[in-house]
Design a protein around this ligand. Structure first.
Ligand code: SF4
Ligand code: SF4
Length: 490
């Protein structure tokens, strides 16, 4: 039996045994099937030293069409040093092929820490009486947005606890309207992504109509049993309602969704398989997989000690997970936050991350404060550098910091976006857009040193734009940006 057919046969046998697993099902427990995940993890452990199989999977991965959760799990389990190096090298190459050397920057904006849920890993849980509860008024939202614009941000992810009385959908919609309406100096928030609790199809349609970019919802953990323990009270306790949220979001018209797990809550291999199964389900049912995958880890915060969760994972394993996600879903953006240290961020960006937050404050109203406030922070930030420092650091490390928000504004969302992404054509937009938005940042917000390095980066990178016509247009637009015009995009 050839290598390929042997692997296919193994998969078929396992799939027949798992009658309940159905990626096309709309039921959470069927598309995230516990038995299938457990067998996947067992299969991966059994075959982690089967170098012939690892080679077959790597050959398939080199075609850049992605891997199944089971194939990717074998790579994640593999311990052979030479093969692990191949995995890292391939992840790095795929990242270069699909995303070039640009890194998109964003900031979280915390609107309210009122929450009726009892999540054991989050300081906003209802029973935490140590933290002051705060909800921004529209005037305060405007102040936050001005502070974020003055840093140079163009893309936000808004966050709020779940509280139907304090944070109803109308409040979120008002905030989005306020955010888009503020035009301070040359600043503007051009894309608002939304990270709020699972909700109804009707509410997702309202968010879509408000012009949001991506709807983001972390699964936290795919392990239902553990999920119910970690979410003992509140609406979030309902595993199925939470897990099926992306299907409702898509039904409501949002075609860019972002998934993620909070690594550290459960066994990482279990979460990894669940995450990829969720991506497979979205692709199978809606014809488009997740727009982004986030990889947060449990971090210290008020009332929260990560040691209370015994599934913490090493930096090395964390990086390996990122590399395997990059290989398994090459065309899905990957996000890392300031939860991680600059050292980890540097390593993991190389392996596949396409978006990072910068200059983040994770407290309600934190950006308008002079000092970094901590009393309402959702988690401790490990990377406390300013946005200018992050931009400077990225350029010194060979990346182009990008403030691009073009796609959803040009109607490139959902399957239309994915098509361009899978064919690699999106690069023709991403790269010039990165240069033009970087130029805006340099003129409006950068320190002298960042400006100097940035101008060199732009000069160097223009020459790498393959089409002469595009090069010309970019040069013309850069002059116009220097003359005060803004918001050019491909
Ligand atoms: S994770 Fe979200 S839902 Fe849970 S307590 Fe924190 S803010 Fe509330
Ligand atoms: S062109 Fe689209 S995919 Fe590329 S950086 Fe801009 S928004 Fe992202």
């Amino acid at each position: 039996m050839s290598g390929d057919s042997r692997f296919v046969a193994q998969r078929i046998i396992l799939e027949v045994k798992n009658m309940k697993y159905d990626m096309h099902s709309m039921k959470a427990e069927e598309f995230i099937n516990d038995a299938e995940i457990r067998e996947t993890v067992a299969f991966a452990n059994e075959h982690k030293n089967d170098l012939a199989l690892v080679d077959e999977i790597l050959e398939k991965a080199k075609k850049r069409k992605g891997l199944s959760h089971r194939e990717a799990s074998v790579l994640l389990a593999c311990e052979d040093e030479a093969k692990v190096k191949e995995i890292y090298d391939l992840a790095e190459q795929i990242k270069k092929d699909f995303y070039g050397n640009r890194i998109v920057l964003f900031a979280p904006l915390y609107l309210s820490n009122y929450c009726v849920n009892g999540c054991l890993y989050c300081p906003y849980h209802l029973k935490n009486k140590h933290i002051p509860r705060k909800k921004l008024t529209q005037e305060e939202v405007a102040k936050e947005v001005i502070a974020l614009q003055d840093m140079g941000h163009k893309r936000l992810a808004i966050e709020a606890g779940e509280d139907p009385v304090n944070n109803p959908i109308e409040y979120i919609l008002d905030c989005i309207k306020t955010i888009y309406s503020i035009k301070h100096k040359n600043g503007a928030i051009r894309r608002v992504n939304v990270n709020i609790a699972a909700t109804t199809v009707e509410n997702y349609t309202k968010l879509k109509d408000a012009g949001i970019g991506t709807y983001i919802l972390f699964q936290e953990t795919y392990n239902k049993e553990n999920y119910e323990v970690l979410h003992p009270t509140g609406p979030k306790h309902d595993y199925a309602y939470h897990t099926e949220a992306m299907d409702r979001a898509m039904e409501g018209g949002i075609d860019d969704v972002g998934i993620g797990v909070l690594f550290g809550l459960d066994n990482y291999a279990y979460e990894f398989a669940g995450l990829l199964m969720h991506a497979e389900h979205l692709e199978a049912v809606h014809g488009v997989g997740p727009h982004t995958i986030s990889v947060p880890r449990v971090k210290p915060a008020d009332d929260i000690d990560p040691d209370d969760f015994d599934n913490s994972l090493s930096d090395d394993m964390f990086c390996k997970i990122a590399a395997c996600i990059r290989i398994a879903v090459p065309y899905t953006g990957m996000i890392i936050s300031t939860r991680e240290t600059p050292e980890v961020r540097e390593k993991i960006i190389r392996l596949g991350v396409s978006q990072i937050s910068g200059g983040s404050r994770t407290s309600v109203g934190g950006y308008a404060e002079e000092e970094r406030p901590q009393d309402t922070a959702q988690f401790d930030v490990s990377d406390c550098r300013t946005l200018d420092e992050v931009v400077n650091w990225l350029m010194r490390a060979g990346y182009i910091p990008s403030f691009c928000t073009a796609c959803y504004r040009e109607g490139r969302t959902g399957d239309r976006f994915m098509e361009l992404c899978k064919s690699g054509q999106i690069q023709n937009c991403c790269h010039p857009n990165a240069l033009m938005t970087l130029k805006e940042f340099l003129i409006d917000y950068a320190s002298d040193d960042t400006k100097r390095i940035g101008e060199e980066v732009i000069e160097r990178e223009i020459d790498t734009i393959p089409k002469e016509k595009v090069r010309e247009i970019v040069r013309e637009r850069l002059v116009k940006i220097a003359d005060g015009e803004r918001d050019f995009r491909f």
